[in-house]
Design a protein around this ligand. Sequence first.
Ligand SMILES: [Zn+2]
Length: 382
Amino acid sequence: MSANFSFECLACCSQTKARAGVFFTPHGPVETPRFMPVGTLANVKTITPAQLRDTGAQMVLSNTYHLHLQPGEAIVAGGGGLHKFMGWDGPMLTDSGGFQVFSLSEMRKITEEGVTFRSTHDGKIINLTPERSIEIQSILGADVIMAFDECPPYPATRQEVEAATERTYRWLERCIAAHVRSDQALFAIVQGGVYLDLRSKAATALAKLDLPGFAIGGVSVGEPPELMAKIVQTTAPLLPPDKPRYLMGVGTYREMAIAIASGVDLFDCVIPTRWARHGTAIVSGTRWNLKNAKFREDFTPLDETCPCYACQNFSRAYISHLVRSQEILAYTLLSIHNITELIRFTQKIREAILSDRFIAEFGHWLNSPEPAGDDHELITND
Ligand SMILES: [Zn+2]
């Protein structure tokens, strides 16, 4: 691992593969397990970096695909790089753009060289290759950069997934060759769809490479939750124990608890901010729709145990009023609360692992289904 990055495991659960550790980056440490908020366009929607800091955020994500289209990596570099441009001095991670190319773009054409697609921003034809993705991420300047991978859709045939998984490995070799900055850690991504033997084969091959971190990608793309759990349980333990493991695009309580029990350290998901913009709060693992009539005259905080600015200063009735009036402050307060809540969940798990009480305190999440709450919006990724 580059001298700028290291992972230290502080404690292991005696009953599962859960672990508590610290991932050191040039912009500071990341205590794991940890939920990472998503700042798609170099901002976490509706909140300032100071508010983001107060949620307990350590590492923050940004999306290469979106930043490449707007404002373009040259502007970000002109602004002093991603950290300075967006006013966040903590650790940052950029994805490779692969997921968005495969999920959002029309008219994409995949060849061995890379992907050609039409920009969702201005209709321009764009080529993205492993080398180009690494170059853009190098110009953006995050601490952790991701390998350019092919994320097959769900469902897909075994033949299609096998071809995408093998191509992802060949593209990783090209990403490693193109990677130049020693202050950036390149993470590899395990693909393999829902085929557990393909996942095992891919994870075993990647684990042989001396890389500073590993991710499990291509989950949360529409497969049933039980299948996702099997993928994570099969894949995570095959990845090197002395490196951080990151499950991409996952951020619900049960999915995170199951993944942590399998040895995963890092998570990201857009749900806390996306749900906030739909007037939804995450409270004790359930979703509350603040438009619900029962909140109109409820003058208690969203969650009395929550230390966030929204819970310390405002009532459910007030936030419900702001949501009904479509005031922007509603989305700010709910984003602050929802991000704080998901980070707190992973922090509490970390403390439980450190005192070997993970199963005693969080074991119920490993079996029970995710509570639906009163808001049934589907979870999707940006
Ligand atoms: Zn709160």
